[in-house]
Design a protein around this ligand. Structure first.
Ligand code: C5J
Length: 220
């Protein structure tokens, strides 16, 4: 069986069942003036991984494998935004407020967009998600099932919030999940490694982690 060198042990690759899922590489989380910065975060940490995420996406496209993009965002009327989420974090800008890049985390606004370097191309799945996990209140599960996808490689931000939540959702739904180490980041030094340790503990209780080079070697 084909394998990808990974931790805590080799990932059992089934190439025809594999897709890449890129979580929330949005301007609002990565650029100065956006929602992430309004919460007091150092967004330069996120921008730094863009070349690595780009390389991984390019590898999947070249291999002819599906690429899925997610965006954390809400409807303009905020009907999918629970007050408990809107009020959390005590940010200078709340979700739905008018900010320097349009209304914060609202579908279609400039700040909600995926970074231009990582923009989806025609035919790729784009999921708008109101939660931290990409399966909650979205068609993601049905879309993956329709394509016969059973294994997911994860990239994006933040490792310990939307990436880990989605990996846990996917793991519970029976997907084999592999995190691309250099293609994910946290605002907090230490949280990324802590999240990875949780994911791979107890014999890959949530999933595996591998380098981009190892993933590229496996899929090419
Ligand atoms: C957060 C995310 N951190 N994409 N969103 O609120 O991880």
């Amino acid at each position: 069986m084909a394998e990808i060198k990974a931790e805590p042990f080799a990932f059992p690759l089934r190439r025809d069942k594999l897709a890449l899922i890129v979580i929330d590489m949005q301007r609002d989380f990565a650029e100065p003036g956006g929602f992430g910065e309004s919460l007091g975060n150092d967004v330069s940490r996120i921008i730094r991984i863009v070349p690595d995420v780009k390389r991984l996406i390019a590898g999947f496209r070249k291999a002819g494998l599906p690429v899925v993009h997610t965006m954390e965002c809400h409807r303009p009327d905020l009907s999918d935004l629970p007050p408990a989420k809107r009020n959390r974090g005590n940010p200078a800008l709340k979700i739905g407020d008018e900010g320097p890049m349009g209304r914060v985390l609202i579908s279609g606004e400039p700040g909600t967009a995926i970074l231009s370097e990582l923009a989806p191309v025609e035919g790729e799945i784009v999921i708008e998600k109101p939660g931290k996990g990409a399966f909650y209140a979205t068609p993601l599960g049905d879309l993956l099932k329709a394509r016969g996808i059973e294994q997911l490689v994860f990239a994006g931000v933040t490792t310990e919030v939307c990436v880990q939540t989605t990996m846990r959702e996917a793991n519970d739904r029976g997907y084999e999940c592999l995190l691309a180490e250099e293609a994910t980041e946290s605002y907090f030094s230490g949280f990324k490694q802590a999240a990875i340790a949780m994911i791979v503990a107890q014999g890959a209780i949530v999933g595996w982690v591998a380098s981009i080079d190892a993933i590229m070697e496996g899929i090419s």
